[in-house]
Write a protein that binds this ligand. Sequence first.
Ligand SMILES: [Fe+2]
Length: 190
Amino acid sequence: MELSSLQELLVENLKDLYNAENQLLKALPRVAKKVENDQLRQAIEMHIKETEGQVDRLDQIFSQLGEKPTGKTCQAMKGLIEEAKEMMGEDAEPDVMDAGLIVDCQKVEHYEIAGYGSAVTFARLLGNEQAARLLAQTLNEEEAADKKLTQIAESAINVQAAQGESGGDGGMSSSRSRSSRGGSKARRSR
Ligand SMILES: [Fe+2]
């Protein structure tokens, strides 16, 4: 593939993001199902809805550019999703699982932030304000999703995950904090 212009680089970047978003749309429902924390699940479910809108924005940009969005596989997203699948396959305490899946989701967000950040810059440089505006909306959503994940991790999950590990009373404190949150505990008894 020959990339002789910034315009072509923008299109390639957008194809990568288009494929990445569609991979995510397939993968995120499984992650939402796996997490224990309600706030985290809601945040992921909200981001699935946002992601649908992000794909729509990319569709709009592709039709404006007279280009097709298909034909590229985002290898990075494939790898990041693979890592999340590995995490989901671990036999981990629910709080630790949630903390681990937040890490994986934030890696995804950071990848997208880098991609959309560049795309906004390229679109502006090319004088395509319409595309730049749409891409900036998505960039804002990705940044907000990333911040939200940090907030959820810091406010609850990481603390609970750490308590589960260092509870010096033979695990009593961790089992107490777990049972106080309700929900299915079947997975823990293994
Ligand atoms: Fe996204």
